[in-house]
Design a protein around this ligand. Structure first.
Ligand code: CP
Length: 345
C-alpha cells in the first residue's frame, strides 16, 4: 500500500498544496471549477467573499516575487482573511533565526495558513511536515522543484481559451532544466490528459532523459517544435539557478530560441502564447509577440487571483460555506463556459 498523500486530509480533501504530483485529475478539475466561480468577485462593487473571514494567512517569501506574492495577498484579502506579509530581508531570518523557529513563532500568533516561497527544493514539504495539525501550507515555488499554483493558473487560462485539454498540443520553450514552473506544468498537463506535451530547448537546458522521465517529446529547433501547437508557453532563463555557463550568450539564445512572429507562424492559427513572468524581452521572446494579439500573459496574472482563492479556500476547508457564498452557477451561465463537471476539464 502506498503511503497517504501528505497534501490530503483523512477524507481526501486538500489540506496542503505542495506539488501537482500525486493529485488526481478530479481534484485539479475541482480547483479549476472553483476558480471559475471566483472570477466574478473581481467584477463586484465590493471585491470580497466571506469564506476565510477570521482566518490568518501569512506570506513567507524567502525569494523575490512580483506576481505570486501580490496575487496571493489579493486572493487572501478577497476571501476576507487577515494577511501577514513577512519581509524576510528585515525579519529575524537576517539575524540567523531558523525556518522552523520562524514557523513556530508565527504559529504562536494563530496563523492558519502559510504561503511559502523558498530557494531550496523541498522547503514547503519540510514546513508542512513540521506545521501544527490545523495549519495549511501552500507552496509558492521551491527551488527547481515545484510551483503548483502557477501551473494551475496556466491550466485555467488554457481551459478558458481552448475549452478542453484532450487533443491539445502544448509546447513549453526554454530553460526546462531549472524551471519549477515547467515541472508543475508538465505534471498538470499530463494529469489533465493533454494529447501531446513538447519541450523545446538547447540540450544543455533539458533534464537528462527528459522524454522517458516526463513523458514529453523533446525538440531542439523552435520552428519545428511549435508546428501545429495550440499553446506555446515560454520560460525565463533561470540564471540564478545556473551553476555554470550553459549558453554562449543571451543574444545567441534569442537567435535560436527566442519567439518571434515569424517563428510562431507555423503554430496553429489560433495558438495562444503564455509566459509565467517575469519576461526578459529580447531574450526569450520579442516584444511584438509578448504584446501581440495571441499573448494571454496578463490574463494569466489576473487568473492567478481566482485560482489562488480556489486553492486557499479548499485548503482552509470551506466546502460547507461555498454554496452560500458563491454565485457559481450564475457565473458559469454568464460566461458561457462549460458547466463544471461536464467538460473534459
Ligand atoms: N510567475 C512568477 O512566479 O512570478 P513572480 O516571480 O513575480 O512571482
Amino acid at each position: 500500500m502506498s503511503p497517504p498523500d501528505p497534501q490530503l486530509d483523512g477524507q481526501g480533501n486538500l489540506k496542503h498544496f505542495l506539488t501537482i504530483e500525486g493529485l488526481s485529475r478530479e481534484l485539479l478539475i475541482e480547483i479549476l471549477d472553483r476558480a471559475e466561480g471566483f472570477l466574478g468577485v473581481a467584477q463586484q462593487a465590493v471585491k470580497k467573499v466571506p469564506l476565510c473571514r477570521g482566518k490568518v494567512i501569512a506570506n513567507l517569501f524567502f525569494e523575490s516575487s512580483t506576481r505570486t506574492r501580490t496575487t496571493f495577498e489579493l486572493a487572501a484579502k478577497r476571501l476576507s482573511a487577515d494577511v501577514l506579509n513577512l519581509n524576510v530581508s528585515t525579519s529575524a531570518t537576517a539575524k540567523g533565526e531558523t525556518l522552523l523557529d520562524t514557523l513556530r513563532n508565527l504559529e504562536a500568533m494563530h496563523v492558519d495558513m502559510f504561503v511559502v516561497r523558498h530557494a531550496s527544493s523541498g522547503a514547503a514539504h519540510f514546513i508542512a511536515s513540521h506545521a501544527a495539525p490545523h495549519v495549511s501550507i501552500i507552496n509558492a515555488g521551491d527551488g527547481r522543484h515545484a510551483h503548483p499554483t502557477q501551473a494551475m493558473l496556466d491550466m485555467f487560462t488554457i481551459r478558458r481559451h481552448k475549452g478542453r485539454f484532450r487533443e491539445l498540443r502544448v509546447a513549453i520553450v526554454g530553460d526546462i532544466l531549472h524551471s519549477r514552473v515547467a515541472r508543475s506544468q508538465i505534471l498538470a498537463l499530463k494529469t489533465l490528459g493533454v494529447a501531446e506535451v513538447r519541450v523545446i530547448a538547447p540540450r544543455t537546458l533539458l533534464p537528462a532523459r527528459v522524454e522517458e522521465a516526463f513523458g514529453v517529446r523533446a525538440f531542439h529547433d523552435l520552428a519545428e517544435g511549435v508546428r501545429d501547437v495550440e499553446v506555446v508557453i515560454m520560460l525565463r532563463l533561470q540564471h540564478e539557478r545556473m551553476n555554470s555557463a550553459l549558453l554562449p550568450s543571451e543574444h545567441e539564445y534569442f537567435q535560436l530560441f527566442g519567439l518571434t512572429e515569424e517563428r510562431l507562424a507555423g503554430a496553429h492559427p489560433d495558438a495562444i502564447v503564455m509566459h509565467p513572468g517575469p519576461i526578459n524581452r529580447g531574450v526569450e521572446m520579442d516584444s511584438q509577440v509578448a504584446d501581440g494579439s495571441r499573448s494571454v500573459i496578463l490574463e494569466q496574472v489576473s487568473n492567478g487571483i481566482a485560482v489562488r482563492m480556489a486553492v486557499m479556500s479548499m485548503c482552509i476547508g470551506t466546502q460547507n460555506l461555498l454554496s452560500a457564498a458563491m454565485p457559481l452557477a450564475r457565473h458559469w451561465q454568464g460566461v458561457g463556459a462549460p458547466v463544471p463537471g461536464q467538460s473534459d476539464g
